[in-house]
Write a protein that binds this ligand. Structure first.
Ligand SMILES: *Cc1c(COP(=O)(O)O)cnc(C)c1O
Length: 362
């Protein structure tokens, strides 16, 4: 029998979240972001769950062919564009679209022309300072692109550094500042795509005629202080396992590597089949919860490669074979991420290949 750990993907939740974000997109084109294996949920599953999206947005060029082979016939957008000549042939062949974000990209297009038809979006750097042309360069870039045979300019794309409520109009590099940087481009409608999940949820006024939503589709609130429930979205992944063994220890006895936890009372310690080689963060602090037999059990001791230990002293019903939810409906992955000083997306994307995935189609 394989180890009992598994990741369960709730297909109905993915569909529900898409419908919820569709409402918030308020008539704008909805790009479902499926980068990084659909934030760890599986590209093929995302393709099936997001049939109501207008397009898929991704990073990895090889995902274009995969998405087409899974039956995706609608639009595909490559968010960070292309790197080499061969990439352009793939984009064209599979009828995808790509952003161009720098001079090298324009030159590659000029060198490789003519194309049958290649659909390009102009990436604008409005203050995040990763990719893109400055807003004042847009007109020149557009003219150069339009002069290339076979290239169609579809619109402009920009990305916000801080679109959560605390920062929207206040913090450093606020959405307001980025919209001001855009100048007249901020008023663009046709083909303009500004909002990520956070801006789609909290800042409908940013406008444009398309949105790119990722994390929200997986049921995760972009702002850890605001629950997914409040937003009407449902976490789509449960990471579950079982208790493999239970030790009864006395006060003064320690648990696991480096004896990091020492009991101060007679304790029942459960050994859970989930370790850092499954992708669970070893940096998760002691005391972080797992869910067992209807209650929260705190993690004790160092997380090992294949197992972690939890304190079951206050959970009489817990036994060898009890199901353990590492995260899902009871343990919010955003809460765990906050405890570990990171964001939920890192936990979701970190699940190791050895963990089997299952689909919940209820
Ligand atoms: C990841 C990404 C998104 C989606 O952001 P979420 O916060 O997950 O909604 C949108 N646009 C770009 C360019 C991205 O890289």
């Amino acid at each position: 029998m394989p180890r009992p750990i598994k990741a369960i993907i709730h297909m109905a939740s993915l569909r529900h979240n898409l419908a919820a974000m569709r409402k918030l997109a308020a008539g704008r084109t909805l790009w479902a972001v499926v980068k990084a294996n659909a934030y760890g949920h599986g590209l093929e599953r995302a393709v099936r769950a997001f049939t109501q999206a207008d397009g898929l947005a991704m990073i990895d060029i090889s995902d274009i062919e995969k998405a087409r082979s899974y039956g995706w016939t609608k639009r595909i957008l490559l968010l960070q564009g292309f790197f080499r000549k061969e990439d352009l042939a793939i984009i064209e062949h599979f009828d995808a679209e790509a952003v161009v974000h720098n001079e090298e990209g324009i030159r590659l297009l000029e060198q490789c022309a003519p194309f049958g038809e290649l659909k390009i979006h102009i990436k604008i750097n409005s203050g995040m300072n990763r990719f893109g042309f400055r807003p004042k360069e847009e007109a020149t870039v557009r003219r150069r692109l339009e002069a290339i045979r076979g290239v169609t300019v579809m619109g402009i794309v920009t990305h916000f550094a801080n679109a959560c409520p605390d920062f929207d109009y206040g913090g450093p590099v606020s959405v307001k500042e980025q919209m001001e940087q855009l100048g007249p481009l901020a008023k663009r409608k046709n083909g303009a795509c500004f909002a990520n999940s956070a801006a789609t949820i909290w800042l409908p006024e940013v406008g444009g005629d398309a949105v790119r939503v990722g994390i929200s589709l997986y049921g995760i609130s972009p702002e850890p202080a605001i629950s997914s429930q409040t937003l009407g979205i449902k976490p789509a992944m449960t990471l579950s396992s079982e208790i493999l063994a239970i030790q009864t220890i006395s006060p003064g006895e320690s648990v696991g590597y480096c004896s990091r936890f020492t009991a101060n009372r007679p304790s029942r310690i459960g050994v859970v089949a989930c370790g850092f080689a499954d992708g669970y963060l070893r940096s998760m602090p002691q005391g972080s919860p797992v869910y067992v037999e209807g209650k929260m059990a705190p993690i004790v001791g160092n997380i090992a490669m294949d197992v972690m230990m939890v304190d079951l002293t206050d959970i009489d019903e817990a036994h060898v074979g009890s199901a353990v939810e590492l995260w899902g409906r009871h343990v919010a992955v955003t809460d765990l991420a906050t405890r570990a000083g990171t964001i939920a997306a890192e936990l979701l994307c970190a699940i190791a290949p050895r963990v089997p995935f299952e689909e919940d189609n209820s």
